[in-house]
Every structure is written in structure tokens, then in C-alpha cells.
Design a protein around this ligand. Structure first.
Ligand SMILES: NC(=O)c1ccc[n+]([C@@H]2O[C@H](COP(=O)([O-])OP(=O)(O)OC[C@H]3O[C@@H](n4cnc5c(N)ncnc54)[C@H](OP(=O)(O)O)[C@@H]3O)[C@@H](O)[C@H]2O)c1
Length: 356
């Protein structure tokens, strides 16, 4: 990345849980500068600091707090937008921006499974971005949409991806314990979640199963061929603020022991690491040796919230091995992943240099 001046960017849905993480992560980004904030009519026209219901543990970055929130219309002074929009409006609004020439990095579910839309984890399948010129051509867009995965699918894929590349996967079973921030604010009523586990999150299991297969599949010419291993997901909401825990069992094509899996994770590096992208964690998968770790309260913010934190790797009497993985749902599962994808697009020279 050779430009000296930073690239102006906007945040759609800047007031939400994911939008606030974008604000924090982008406030000191070496390549991107937050120029525009946008949200619903409820928020637009007000200073960000006055209208946002700030739920982060560090203060609102001063310069960003003084920006006026705008409506989500494609007349923003930037050509890259990060979207933390609610799914009820994201489909249409993100399309409006892409057709008006913006590169949209989306966290919403609406476009993820589109046949010409890349669903990217920069360490695993950045080559899927190569479909973007075709997306632009067939839709007549100057801009493009790049999506990142559902928060649970992102954490699962980052942990099983290296295993799939090294040993091949036949089957994956995952039970999630998902934080309340995954549902945005105010999310699940306290009456429902305190002292409780809610064994249902609408649409979540389907997203985990299909998105994981798309991410770990192949871009075959002009279409995506999903990975052919089976994925079975059980999704639960638990009384944790940030950090999704997932209990995973995998069956391999070529058998691997827990020790071989651990070695595979420890050695794994992807293109995001090779290119030394600013948001890339040094080690995408970190393995804990303590028997009772990782834990959300103790570990979720380690490594900038961008690594999959694996522990309790052991043989599985039903499958081959089982383990637990923790990931930060609004960083690795949302804003951080999206920013990493944008860095990859810029580094690959896909975002026109003239617009930087
Ligand atoms: N939370 C997570 O862990 C997570 C992880 C991965 C993906 N996602 C996805 O990311 C997206 C945002 O999630 P979230 O948890 O941040 O939700 P959230 O806290 O409810 O925030 C939603 C944002 O959308 C804006 N919005 C709502 N209606 C709008 C409209 N009609 N026009 C323009 N903006 C509108 C809101 O603005 P106002 O404040 O002005 O209403 C707010 O900024 C969702 O699609 C979600 O599924 C979330």
C-alpha cells in the first residue's frame, strides 16, 4: 500500500453495535479515514456523540464524535463504505451504494449467498474477490459488494479452514454459545437471558451451515462451488456480552491426531498475514494449553479480537477430534473482518487508484 494520504471511508449503520466497532477500529487506521457516518432518519442530522447509544468501554474518538450523522443515501463524500446496517434495510441500501459506484463492505446477511457476491475471510479465500469484476459487469455497477460472514460462521470457518486445507474435512458438528451483542442493542430482553440459555436464534443455524461451505468452497470460473463436507449447527444465546464460544467436532478425510491439528493451527498463515495487512492478526488461530480456556471474559480481547482462540483439543469418540473455539463476534465476526477485506481489496489494486 503506497498511498500516503488516507482513503476517505463512510460507515453505514454507524450507531449500531457493529457500527460502533467500525468507529473504534477505523479511528486510528493507517490507510482509512472516517469521513462520513450514516444511519436511520432517527439519527441523521445530529452529531454522532449526541445520538449514538455508545456501549464501548473506551470513549468515542473525539474527531468522529463531532461528525454529523447523515442519511444512508449514496451521496457521501467517499468511495468505500462499511455497512453495519440492519438486515431489514441492508439489501436495498447496499445495492443503491454499489450501483452508485461505492465499494460496499457488508456485514448483513442479505447479499452473502448471492451467486456473484464474494463472502470472504481474508486468511482463507481472498481469491473469491476475483469475482468482483464480473459482478460489476453483469450488474452494470461501478462499485461492488464484498461480504463477510455471520459472526458464528466466521469463527467456525477460521478454525476449521486450516484443518480443511491440510487434512480435508468430511463432517463438522458445532454447538454455539453466542453473546448477546450478536443481536445488536438492546438485543434479547434481560428477563429472557439472565440465568438462562435460549436454544434458538432465528436463521442462525442455516447461515452457519451454508456460509461455511461457501467460504471453504472454490471459485470455479464464474461461479462458487461450495465445499462438500457436511456441517450441522446448534445455536444458543447465552448471558455473555461479547464473544461467541463454539464446541466443534470434526471428521477428517485424511486422519489427523489432536497434536497434528494443533501443529496445523500454529503454523497456519494466510495471504492477509503474508501481505502484512494492518488489521491481520499475526497468528489467525491461537491454541491455548490451559484446560479451562479460552473464556470470553478473560480472553475475548486478546490479539485485537482478530484471532480464533482454540482450546481443549482432544480425541472425539464419534468424530476424529473435538475442541472449543472463541471469537470476538463484533470484531472478528463483523467490523474487523470487514476492514481486513477492504485492506485486501486495496492491496490487490481492485479499488481504483484514482479513487484513493
Ligand atoms: N452484532 C454482531 O455481532 C453482528 C455480527 C455480524 C453481523 N452482524 C450484522 O450486522 C448488521 C448490524 O448489526 P448490529 O448488531 O450492529 O445491529 P444494531 O445495533 O441494531 O444496529 C443497526 C444499525 O442500522 C441502522 N438502521 C436501522 N434502520 C435503518 C434505516 N431504515 N435506514 C438506515 N439505517 C438504519 C441503525 O441506525 P439507528 O441507530 O439510526 O436506528 C443502526 O445504526 C446486521 O445486519 C447484523 O445481522 C452483526
Amino acid at each position: 500500500m503506497k498511498t500516503v494520504s488516507r482513503i476517505p471511508v463512510g460507515i453505514l449503520g454507524a450507531t449500531g453495535a457493529v457500527g460502533q466497532k467500525f468507529v473504534l477500529l477505523l479511528s486510528s487506521h493507517p490507510w482509512f479515514e472516517v469521513r462520513e457516518l450514516a444511519a436511520s432518519e432517527r439519527s441523521s442530522g445530529n452529531l454522532y456523540r449526541e445520538v449514538v447509544n455508545w456501549k464501548q468501554t473506551t470513549p468515542i474518538p473525539e474527531a468522529i464524535g463531532d461528525l454529523v450523522v447523515k442519511e444512508c443515501r449514496p451521496d457521501l463524500d467517499c468511495k468505500i463504505v462499511f455497512s453495519g446496517l440492519d438486515a431489514s434495510v441492508a439489501g436495498e441500501l447496499e445495492t443503491d451504494f454499489a450501483s452508485a459506484g461505492y465499494w460496499v463492505f457488508s456485514n448483513a446477511k442479505n447479499h452473502r449467498m448471492g451467486p456473484d457476491i464474494p463472502l470472504v475471510i481474508a486468511e482463507l479465500n481472498s481469491e473469491h474477490l476475483d469475482i468482483s469484476p464480473q459482478q460489476q459487469k453483469s450488474r452494470g455497477w461501478d462499485g461492488a459488494i464484498v461480504t463477510n460472514a455471520n459472526c458464528s460462521a466466521a469463527v467456525l470457518a477460521l478454525s476449521i479452514g486450516p484443518l480443511h486445507k491440510s487434512f480435508g474435512l468430511k463432517a463438522v458438528d458445532v454447538v454455539t454459545l453466542q453473546a448477546i451483542s450478536g443481536a445488536g442493542y438492546p438485543g434479547v430482553p434481560s428477563w429472557d437471558i439472565l440465568g438462562n440459555v435460549v436454544p434458538f436464534i432465528s436463521g442462525e443455524e442455516e447461515k452457519i451451515e451454508s456460509e461455511t461451505q461457501k467460504i471453504l468452497g472454490q471459485l470455479d470460473g464464474d461461479r462458487f462451488r461450495p465445499a462438500d463436507f457436511a456441517v450441522s449447527a446448534h445455536a444458543n444465546r447465552v448471558a455473555v456480552v461479547e464473544g461467541h464460544v463454539e464446541c466443534v467436532s470434526v471428521r477428517f478425510t485424511n486422519k489427523a491426531s489432536p497434536e497434528e491439528a494443533i501443529q496445523c493451527w500454529q503454523e497456519f498463515r494466510g495471504p492477509a498475514q503474508e501481505l502484512n495487512l494492518p488489521t491481520a492478526p499475526k497468528q489467525p488461530v491461537v491454541v491455548f494449553s490451559e484446560p479451562d480456556r479460552p473464556q470470553p471474559r478473560l480472553d475475548v480481547n486478546k490479539f485485537g479480537g482478530m484471532s480464533a482462540l482454540v482450546g481443549r483439543v482432544r480425541p472425539c469418540p464419534l468424530f476424529d477430534i473435538k475442541y472449543v473455539v472463541l471469537g470476538h463476534n463484533t470484531i472478528r465476526g463483523a467490523a474487523g473482518a470487514s476492514i481486513l477485506n477492504a485492506e485486501m481489496v486495496v492491496e490487490k489494486g481492485m479499488f481504483p487508484a484514482g479513487q484513493a
